[in-house]
Design a protein around this ligand. Structure first.
Ligand code: PEP
Ligand code: MG
Length: 844
């Protein structure tokens, strides 16, 4: 490791605290360390005989893309470059280093456009009639440097700093400032990294990968960051410095090629990789340089990886004896698993591959071509499916990447920005698809003789690198053996049970295959909306008399029974919690605005028709049912109280299905749930209705089925009277979607689209409370409710079935307050299992 020193994160925080200035104390201390470094290297900063050169790089606790690029060759000036040329006996090399330094420093520290520097080189090449940088001589670089310095003067009004100490402190300040640039802030927000961490600055003596054919530089992972396979993975480039590897000027070689090119260094590198892995007990991402055959390690950190790799590496590290099962469980970020639970292209689908790129991040997606990140963001937010297509992505594209289904680039390798970011987010990505000739100005792509335009539908497969024209059928994922084993380990340590929210046979099946221990919420309204049923539901709602309503309900009964039968069959032996009807009735009726329009048209076209009369009656009824605040209106248990016949039909269907399935030999465990309770008397009345109906069905059938009656706790008042509720029920479940809505007084249908983003951006709220459970407010109410219930009923199931039930931080909170289970969407069941295990380990 080249010697150097580190300016700590505390210094960074202090820099911001005192108003963005480097304190004298810091400067003094840095100077002392620099003197020590000079002594160690036997070189002198800025010297015209034997100059010390350093690199300056950022170093935060958690590595983040978007921080300042590393500055190399710092310490060069008009004097030192002379000494450096003597020292290296290579004038061309020395001046090339100096011009690179001015360019890099000018760009990242002084804010001058990189391309303005490039233009100067291009001019020089034209002047000399050459095409490659390597054809430029020392004299050429000297000429370029003169122009570079003029550019700096012109753009900033000052000379390029010649004092190396000034260069150093300017670079240090730039690193600190980059902690708070937009890209870094955005990345932290996205990944829940606290702002107060700050970044350190690493100042390290330079080693040179561009000192001829026995020198080089590279980046490698100790295991494959896409698949987790235990095999070195990475790229290197001989006779090159830092940026050259990623800049794509020359194509780097695969890391295995090092064995042939620099066998000794390769052998040593392999040894070091294994030493570092054994020490950190994790896969490492290592930057190295070879200077005249000598290997130097510049940086090592835990390697970013796909979910697939995270699972495999954690599993393998246990098998290799480096970590234990609990450590392995803590190694995997449950949020990242989403990508493994994502859909892929149907293996039976037939398609023609339009082009092939690098398989940079697994998962498949179809979407419309969009070339611009802002547009991708906008259209993605509008619910459109888009694929962001770029020559290559930069950190400034991140907002567009977030809202795209996937990313496709024509340039860049497996370690390019697009690849790294996509893997982190679990988005499909195909990189370096060179067959695509992208014309950003006209927004078209030429590919193998075809022209694609913006808006054309394409599909990408990030596991194979395939780019396909058109939309494809996708299929649900299967879990790898390693993943299944890790989830079994999770089951061994977790305390919370994990159920799924499933409304039909297909979801129930998926949930069970992912290890759900029951259904924690079956929303019956979706069954009402199904094709062929809606008109019966409408007939029921619009009935004038109880008798008519019952007739319509009788028609619905067999449908409902069929739904429940298939779910009971699928969940044989596991509890199935079914919620009685919840939404306001007008949700099932035609839109009032449309009706008004239709009536207006009929009044002109068919003024005396029966059709008009019927439409008017319908319009009046819909108007009658519409509410100013439907979410706070006639919904949930309030429906059951006023129209008990609806719930009665549903209970008949549930118990009828249970009886039938039991007779067929299945083990059925129905749990009947009343939504949105706020008043104890609502519950008294509805419980009686449910029990009476259920007993009647059982008696008629002459079969015994154990069933439970419970309720949802989703308004604050229900938390306050939780003890009363517990006395009348066999279980309860927190509906945290509504509980969040009613606790904050935020409309869940509007808040996210209106002001919530402003609140989050401006730090009025830390997180979206509809996504991450608000522990302080909503969580306190839940805790209070649990504390009221437990002394009365020790073994009473308390669950959660809002969206939070599949969100890791919320799952942790549920573990802390002693809930019985969480319930989430089928695809999130593995995430919840892992999160529940992590919570149990952390809360131990
Ligand atoms: C809830 O409110 O959290 C809940 C699960 O019910 P729904 O989302 O159906 O209102
Ligand atoms: Mg609800």
């Amino acid at each position: 490791v080249p010697p150097g020193f580190t300016i700590t994160t505390e210094a960074c925080n202090m820099y911001f605290e005192v108003g963005k200035v480097l304190s004298e104390e810091l400067k003094e201390e840095a100077l002392q360390h620099l003197r020590a470094l000079e002594a160690k290297m036997n070189k002198k900063f800025g010297d015209n005989q034997n100059p010390l050169l350093v690199s300056v790089r950022s170093g935060s606790v958690i590595s983040m893309p978007g921080m300042m690029d590393t500055i190399l060759n710092l310490g060069l000036n008009d004097d030192a470059v002379v000494g450096f040329a003597k020292l290296t006996e290579n004038e061309r090399f020395a001046y090339d280093c100096y011009r690179r330094f001015i360019q890099m420093f000018g760009d990242v520290v002084m804010g001058i456009k990189h391309s303005d520097f490039d233009a100067i080189i291009d001019d020089q090449k034209i002047e000399k009639g050459v095409t490659m940088d390597t054809e430029l001589t020392a004299e050429d670089w000297k000429a370029v440097i003169v122009k570079y310095k003029a550019l700096v003067k012109q753009e900033t009004g000052r000379e390029f700093p010649q004092d190396p100490m000034e260069q150093l402190f300017m670079a240090v300040e730039a690193v600190f400032s980059s902690w708070n640039n937009d890209r870094a802030i955005y990345y932290r927000k996205l990944n829940g990294i606290p702002d107060y961490l700050g970044t350190a600055v690493n100042v390290q003596s330079m080693v040179f990968g561009n000192m001829g054919d026995t020198s080089g530089t590279g980046v490698a992972f100790t295991r494959n960051p896409s698949t987790g396979e235990r095999k070195l993975y990475g790229e290197f480039l001989m006779n090159a410095q830092g940026e050259d590897v990623v800049a794509g000027i020359r194509t780097p070689l695969g890391i295995a090629e090092m064995e042939r090119v620099v066998p000794q260094a390769y052998e040593q590198f392999k040894q070091i990789c294994s030493t570092l892995e054994n020490h950190y007990k994790d896969m490492q991402d290592i930057e190295f340089t070879i200077e005249k055959g000598n290997l130097y390690i510049l940086q090592t950190r835990s390697g970013k990886r796909t979910a697939q790799a995270a699972v495999k590496v954690a599993y393998d590290l246990v098998a290799e004896g480096l970590i234990n099962k609990e450590e392995a469980l803590l190694r995997i970020d449950p949020n990242q698993l989403v990508s493994l639970l994502h859909r892929g292209i149907d293996p039976n689908a037939t398609f023609e591959v339009l082009a092939k790129g690098l398989p940079a991040s697994p998962g498949s997606a179809s979407g419309q071509i969009v070339f611009d990140a802002d547009e991708a963001e906008e259209r993605g937010e509008n619910g459109e499916k888009v694929i962001l297509v770029r020559t290559e992505t930069t950190p400034d594209d991140i907002h567009g990447i977030v809202k795209s289904q996937g990313i496709l680039t024509s340039r860049g390798g497996m370690t390019s920005h697009a690849a790294v970011v996509a893997r982190g987010m679990g988005k499909p990505c195909v990189c370096g698809c060179e067959a695509l000739k992208i014309n950003l100005a006209d927004e078209v792509i030429e590919v193998n003789g075809q022209t694609l335009k913006k808006g054309d539908m394409i599909s990408i497969d990030g596991a194979t690198g395939n780019v396909i024209l058109g939309e494809l059928k996708m299929v649900d994922p299967e879990l790898s053996e390693e993943f299944k084993t890790i989830l079994e380990w999770a089951n061994q340590v977790k305390r919370l049970k994990v159920r799924a929210n499933a409304d039909n046979e297909r979801d129930a099946k998926q949930a069970r295959s992912f290890g759900a221990e029951g259904i924690g919420l079956c929303r019956t309204e979706h069954m009402f909306m199904e094709q062929g049923r809606l008109h019966v539901v409408q007939e029921m709602i619009l009935s004038e008399t109880l008798e008519d309503r019952k007739k319509a309900l009788a028609k619905l009964l067999p449908f409902q029974m069929g739904d429940f039968e298939s779910i009971f069959r699928e969940m044989d032996g596991l509890p199935v919690l079914i919620r009685l009807l919840d939404p306001p009735l007008h949700e099932f009726l035609p839109d009032i605005k449309e009706l008004i329009k239709e009536v207006a048209v009929l009044e002109i076209e068919k003024p005396d028709s029966d059709e008009l009369l019927q439409k008017k009656i319908l319009m009046a009824k819909v108007q009658n049912l519409s509410e100013m605040n439907p979410m706070l209106g006639h919904r949930g248990s309030r429906l059951g109280v006023v129209y008990p016949e609806i719930y009665e039909m549903q209970v008949r269907a549930i118990m009828g299905a249970a009886v039938k399935m039991k007779k067929e030999g299945y083990t059925v465990l129905p749990e009947i749930e009343v939504p949105l309770i706020g008043i104890n008397n609502e519950l008294t009345k509805l419980r009686q209705l449910i029990v009476d109906t259920a007993e009647e069905v059982l008696q008629e059938a002459g079969v015994e089925v154990e069933y439970l009656v419970g309720t949802m706790i989703e308004i604050p008042r229900a938390c306050i009277i939780a003890d009363e509720i517990a006395k009348q029920t066999d279980f309860c479940s927190f509906g945290t979607n509504d509980l969040t809505q009613t606790t904050f007084g935020f409309s869940r249908d509007d808040a996210e689209g209106k002001f919530l983003h402003y609140y989050i951006d401006n730090k009025i709220l830390e997180n979206n409370p509809f996504a991450v459970l608000d522990r302080t407010g909503v969580g306190s109410l839940m805790k209070m409710a649990v504390e009221k219930i437990r002394p009365l009923k020790e073994h009473y199931d308390i669950g959660i079935c809002g969206e939070h039930g599949g969100e890791p931080s919320s799952v942790e909170f549920c573990d802390m307050i002693g809930l019985t289970y969480v319930s989430c969407s089928p695809f999130r069941v593995p995430i919840a299992r892992l999160a529940a295990a992590q919570a149990a380990i952390r809360n131990k």
